[in-house]
Design a protein around this ligand. Structure first.
Ligand code: SF4
Ligand code: SF4
Length: 316
């Protein structure tokens, strides 16, 4: 396992139209220190080398953000921080000062929906951080993410960003060069522009069924896989083909300690256990986790939530 997503908070100060954050009636909270320690102990136990501080939410809003980064310094774990950049003026020096921070991803596509003056101010702060990082932390990877390629309403913001990158770093990135195999453009040193299209968050209805109800029921499938010789035709539903790297390269822990298969499962549809009650190694080796993982290896999406997921189609 390479990475563990630790959602240190599901609070965010923005309300992007494409994000479930803030749209659902979930309680908004900050992960407490004890739970965080369980998470980093679990990450080390399963030999992860990298942690993220998000699933949903803006991690730098956590009042203990700097403290949690410091705690990582006592471990071999490295942090890939994904942030909307709105607090970078305040938190930038802490980030640059920590050898545990290996990479920073700025979700600059979020600014496309803000009033222009606010968006330009946030971008300026992010670009100032990048300029400082190039000098003070040339080892730090930075991605300016524009994950809105093709969204008409974002095109004016995207053009503005390319212009500001040119003005700040003297580098031209031509719009239209993006394709599925070419998403990352070097600006200078370890600073990159990373473009991608938007993806749809997987979702499942309250009855636990995927959108069109034609797929294999997870509980039936789990029972059948335990029942030797019973054929899938007995279910009378379609096996959905697909694969995913979740539970192989990464796993996620929500703000309240629920362990889920991936960083897209923000509402705990694939809850595998609780980090406050069991070790992470036990949880990722539970029968449910192993069944899902075995399905991925056999190109079967066995969980209904995965059957609604367009992200996994990228790995077909
Ligand atoms: S900034 Fe990130 S977490 Fe916040 S609403 Fe936008 S996409 Fe969601
Ligand atoms: S298929 Fe989608 S929902 Fe399922 S584990 Fe993978 S990324 Fe998550």
């Amino acid at each position: 396992m390479n990475s563990v997503y630790i959602e240190i908070t599901n609070v965010c100060n923005l309300h992007c139209s494409f994000c479930p954050c803030g749209k659902e009636p979930a309680s908004r909270t900050f992960m407490d220190s004890k739970l965080f320690e369980d998470c980093i102990a679990g990450a080390q136990e399963i030999d992860a080398t990298n942690v993220y501080f998000h699933v949903l939410g803006e991690p730098t809003l956590h009042p203990g953000f700097a403290h949690y980064v410091k705690k990582l310094e006592l471990t071999p774990l490295k942090l890939t921080l994904t942030t909307n950049g709105t607090t970078i003026e305040r938190t930038g020096h802490q980030i640059l000062a920590s050898p545990s921070v290996r990479q920073v991803n700025f979700s600059t596509h979020a600014y496309a929906e803000l009033p222009r003056e606010t968006a330009e101010r946030h971008l300026q702060n992010v670009l100032d951080f990048c300029s400082l990082a190039i000098v003070e932390r040339p080892d730090l990877y930075i991605n300016l993410r524009l994950w809105n390629v093709g969204a008409k309403e974002a095109s004016s913001w995207n053009s503005y960003m390319l212009m500001r990158i040119h003005e700040t770093f003297g580098v031209d990135i031509t719009p239209g060069h993006f394709c599925s195999r070419h998403k990352s453009f070097n600006i200078t040193g370890r600073l990159y522009l990373h473009e991608d299209t938007r993806f749809e968050w997987p979702s499942i209805d309250e009855r636990g069924e995927s959108r069109d109800n034609k797929f294999t029921c997870w509980h039936d499938r789990a029972l059948l896989s335990d029942a030797e010789g019973v054929k899938d035709e007995r279910i009378g539903k379609e096996i959905v083909a697909g694969t995913c790297r979740a539970l192989d390269t990464h796993v996620a822990i929500l703000h309240d300690g629920r362990v889920v298969a991936c960083c897209l499962d923000h509402s705990g549809q694939i809850t595998l256990g609780h980090i406050g009650e069991q070790s992470l190694a036990e949880i990722i080796n539970s029968p449910m986790a192993l069944n899902i993982k075995e399905g991925f290896a056999q190109h079967e999406l066995r969980h209904p939530f995965c059957q609604t997921c367009s992200f996994c189609k990228r790995f077909k």
